[in-house]
Design a protein around this ligand. Structure first.
Ligand code: HEC
Length: 166
Protein backbone atom coordinates (compact mmCIF):
# COMPACT_ATOMS: atom_id res chain seq x y z
CA UNK A 1 0.00 0.00 0.00
CA UNK A 2 2.71 2.40 1.04
CA UNK A 3 4.62 1.44 -2.08
CA UNK A 4 1.62 1.82 -4.31
CA UNK A 5 0.97 5.27 -2.96
CA UNK A 6 4.58 6.27 -3.39
CA UNK A 7 4.57 4.91 -6.94
CA UNK A 8 1.44 6.90 -7.72
CA UNK A 9 2.92 10.06 -6.30
CA UNK A 10 6.07 9.45 -8.28
CA UNK A 11 4.09 8.88 -11.46
CA UNK A 12 2.02 11.99 -10.96
CA UNK A 13 5.16 13.94 -10.40
CA UNK A 14 6.64 12.51 -13.58
CA UNK A 15 3.52 13.43 -15.59
CA UNK A 16 3.61 16.95 -14.21
CA UNK A 17 7.29 17.21 -15.06
CA UNK A 18 6.71 15.97 -18.60
CA UNK A 19 3.84 18.39 -19.12
CA UNK A 20 6.06 21.18 -17.84
CA UNK A 21 8.85 20.13 -20.17
CA UNK A 22 6.44 19.96 -23.14
CA UNK A 23 5.19 23.41 -22.28
CA UNK A 24 8.74 24.70 -22.04
CA UNK A 25 9.48 23.06 -25.41
CA UNK A 26 6.45 24.71 -26.98
CA UNK A 27 7.47 28.07 -25.59
CA UNK A 28 11.05 27.58 -26.80
CA UNK A 29 9.79 26.51 -30.22
CA UNK A 30 7.47 29.51 -30.46
CA UNK A 31 10.33 31.79 -29.46
CA UNK A 32 12.47 30.32 -32.25
CA UNK A 33 9.65 30.69 -34.79
CA UNK A 34 9.18 34.31 -33.73
CA UNK A 35 12.91 34.92 -34.04
CA UNK A 36 13.06 33.39 -37.54
CA UNK A 37 9.98 35.34 -38.61
CA UNK A 38 11.48 38.51 -37.16
CA UNK A 39 14.65 37.98 -39.20
CA UNK A 40 12.72 37.53 -42.49
CA UNK A 41 12.29 40.60 -44.68
CA UNK A 42 8.96 42.42 -44.61
CA UNK A 43 8.19 44.74 -47.56
CA UNK A 44 11.07 47.20 -47.73
CA UNK A 45 13.87 44.74 -48.64
CA UNK A 46 11.95 42.74 -51.29
CA UNK A 47 10.58 46.00 -52.73
CA UNK A 48 14.16 47.09 -53.46
CA UNK A 49 14.47 44.01 -55.64
CA UNK A 50 11.02 44.58 -57.16
CA UNK A 51 12.10 48.10 -58.10
CA UNK A 52 15.33 46.96 -59.78
CA UNK A 53 13.85 43.98 -61.59
CA UNK A 54 10.96 46.12 -62.80
CA UNK A 55 13.40 48.63 -64.30
CA UNK A 56 15.60 45.93 -65.86
CA UNK A 57 12.59 44.23 -67.44
CA UNK A 58 11.97 47.23 -69.66
CA UNK A 59 15.44 47.23 -71.20
CA UNK A 60 15.37 43.47 -71.70
CA UNK A 61 12.07 43.70 -73.62
CA UNK A 62 13.15 46.76 -75.60
CA UNK A 63 16.30 45.03 -76.84
CA UNK A 64 14.62 41.69 -77.62
CA UNK A 65 15.97 39.68 -74.70
CA UNK A 66 12.47 38.35 -74.00
CA UNK A 67 13.64 35.51 -71.73
CA UNK A 68 15.41 38.07 -69.55
CA UNK A 69 12.23 40.17 -69.41
CA UNK A 70 10.18 37.10 -68.43
CA UNK A 71 12.84 36.13 -65.90
CA UNK A 72 12.82 39.62 -64.33
CA UNK A 73 9.05 39.48 -64.00
CA UNK A 74 9.09 35.99 -62.48
CA UNK A 75 11.63 36.93 -59.81
CA UNK A 76 10.14 40.35 -59.23
CA UNK A 77 7.13 38.38 -57.99
CA UNK A 78 9.26 35.74 -56.24
CA UNK A 79 11.15 38.44 -54.35
CA UNK A 80 7.99 39.17 -52.38
CA UNK A 81 7.65 35.61 -51.00
CA UNK A 82 8.98 36.38 -47.49
CA UNK A 83 6.00 38.72 -47.08
CA UNK A 84 3.68 35.67 -47.26
CA UNK A 85 4.96 34.95 -43.74
CA UNK A 86 5.81 38.40 -42.43
CA UNK A 87 2.99 40.54 -43.90
CA UNK A 88 0.20 38.15 -44.97
CA UNK A 89 -2.55 40.77 -45.31
CA UNK A 90 -0.38 43.14 -47.36
CA UNK A 91 0.97 40.23 -49.42
CA UNK A 92 -2.59 39.49 -50.61
CA UNK A 93 -2.69 42.99 -52.12
CA UNK A 94 0.66 42.34 -53.84
CA UNK A 95 -0.60 38.97 -55.13
CA UNK A 96 -3.70 40.46 -56.69
CA UNK A 97 -1.53 43.23 -58.18
CA UNK A 98 0.81 40.69 -59.82
CA UNK A 99 -1.90 38.18 -60.81
CA UNK A 100 -4.35 40.74 -62.22
CA UNK A 101 -2.99 44.24 -62.76
CA UNK A 102 0.39 43.07 -64.01
CA UNK A 103 -1.05 40.47 -66.45
CA UNK A 104 -0.98 42.74 -69.55
CA UNK A 105 2.79 43.21 -69.03
CA UNK A 106 3.35 39.45 -68.78
CA UNK A 107 1.09 38.75 -71.77
CA UNK A 108 2.98 41.26 -73.91
CA UNK A 109 6.30 39.62 -72.91
CA UNK A 110 4.94 36.19 -73.84
CA UNK A 111 3.69 37.56 -77.17
CA UNK A 112 6.98 39.46 -77.77
CA UNK A 113 4.80 42.48 -78.51
CA UNK A 114 6.93 45.52 -77.79
CA UNK A 115 4.17 48.03 -78.50
CA UNK A 116 1.72 46.32 -76.11
CA UNK A 117 4.54 45.90 -73.59
CA UNK A 118 5.41 49.60 -73.70
CA UNK A 119 1.79 50.64 -73.08
CA UNK A 120 1.19 48.07 -70.31
CA UNK A 121 4.52 48.76 -68.63
CA UNK A 122 4.17 52.53 -68.53
CA UNK A 123 0.54 52.14 -67.39
CA UNK A 124 1.39 49.86 -64.47
CA UNK A 125 3.79 52.39 -62.90
CA UNK A 126 0.79 54.31 -61.59
CA UNK A 127 -0.56 51.10 -60.03
CA UNK A 128 2.76 50.58 -58.22
CA UNK A 129 2.43 54.10 -56.91
CA UNK A 130 -1.26 53.72 -56.02
CA UNK A 131 -0.34 50.87 -53.70
CA UNK A 132 2.43 52.96 -52.15
CA UNK A 133 -0.06 55.76 -51.61
CA UNK A 134 -2.66 53.36 -50.18
CA UNK A 135 -0.22 51.86 -47.70
CA UNK A 136 1.01 55.21 -46.42
CA UNK A 137 4.13 55.38 -48.61
CA UNK A 138 3.01 58.06 -51.06
CA UNK A 139 6.51 59.51 -50.75
CA UNK A 140 7.90 56.44 -52.60
CA UNK A 141 7.16 57.34 -56.22
CA UNK A 142 8.46 54.96 -58.89
CA UNK A 143 9.77 56.64 -62.03
CA UNK A 144 11.07 54.88 -65.12
CA UNK A 145 14.87 55.00 -65.38
CA UNK A 146 16.70 55.98 -68.57
CA UNK A 147 19.01 52.98 -68.22
CA UNK A 148 18.67 49.66 -66.35
CA UNK A 149 19.17 49.47 -62.58
CA UNK A 150 21.71 46.71 -63.19
CA UNK A 151 24.28 47.38 -65.91
CA UNK A 152 26.07 44.10 -65.45
CA UNK A 153 23.83 42.17 -67.88
CA UNK A 154 23.74 42.19 -71.68
CA UNK A 155 20.16 43.22 -72.48
CA UNK A 156 20.67 42.70 -76.22
CA UNK A 157 21.06 38.89 -76.15
CA UNK A 158 18.25 37.62 -78.38
CA UNK A 159 16.01 35.08 -76.62
CA UNK A 160 12.48 33.67 -76.47
CA UNK A 161 10.17 34.33 -73.47
CA UNK A 162 9.80 30.57 -72.97
CA UNK A 163 13.56 30.09 -72.57
CA UNK A 164 13.41 30.66 -68.79
CA UNK A 165 13.98 27.32 -67.00
CA UNK A 166 11.01 26.26 -64.87
C1 HEC B 1 0.92 45.74 -52.39
C2 HEC B 1 1.32 47.12 -52.46
C3 HEC B 1 2.50 47.46 -53.31
C4 HEC B 1 2.65 47.28 -54.66
C5 HEC B 1 1.65 46.69 -55.64
C6 HEC B 1 3.95 47.82 -55.00
N1 HEC B 1 4.58 48.28 -53.88
FE1 HEC B 1 6.47 49.02 -53.80
N2 HEC B 1 6.28 49.28 -51.80
C7 HEC B 1 5.18 48.95 -51.05
C8 HEC B 1 5.41 49.31 -49.68
C9 HEC B 1 4.44 49.11 -48.52
C10 HEC B 1 6.70 49.88 -49.63
C11 HEC B 1 7.41 50.42 -48.39
C12 HEC B 1 8.20 49.32 -47.75
C13 HEC B 1 7.99 49.23 -46.28
O1 HEC B 1 8.65 49.94 -45.54
O2 HEC B 1 7.16 48.40 -45.86
C14 HEC B 1 7.23 49.85 -50.98
C15 HEC B 1 8.48 50.30 -51.36
C16 HEC B 1 8.98 50.31 -52.64
C17 HEC B 1 10.29 50.77 -53.03
C18 HEC B 1 11.36 51.35 -52.09
C19 HEC B 1 12.19 50.23 -51.53
C20 HEC B 1 13.34 50.73 -50.70
O3 HEC B 1 13.27 50.55 -49.47
O4 HEC B 1 14.27 51.25 -51.25
C21 HEC B 1 10.43 50.58 -54.37
C22 HEC B 1 11.62 50.91 -55.23
C23 HEC B 1 9.17 50.01 -54.82
N3 HEC B 1 8.32 49.84 -53.75
C24 HEC B 1 8.92 49.68 -56.13
C25 HEC B 1 7.72 49.15 -56.58
C26 HEC B 1 7.41 48.89 -57.97
C27 HEC B 1 8.33 49.13 -59.14
C28 HEC B 1 6.14 48.39 -58.01
C29 HEC B 1 5.34 47.98 -59.20
C30 HEC B 1 5.91 47.05 -60.13
C31 HEC B 1 5.67 48.33 -56.63
N4 HEC B 1 6.64 48.82 -55.80
C32 HEC B 1 4.44 47.84 -56.28
C33 HEC B 1 4.00 48.40 -51.50
C34 HEC B 1 3.73 48.07 -52.83
Amino acid sequence: MFHAKRTLTFMMGAVALCAGAAFADDAAMQKQIDEVRGALPKFAIPMREVGDRFQNMYFAAKDGNWALAAYMSKYMNGAMNPAIVTKPAEYKVWKSFYDDTFTPVNKAIMAKDLKAFDTAYLGVVKDCNNCHQGMGYGFIKVVKLKSPADNGIDYTVKSEPGDVPK
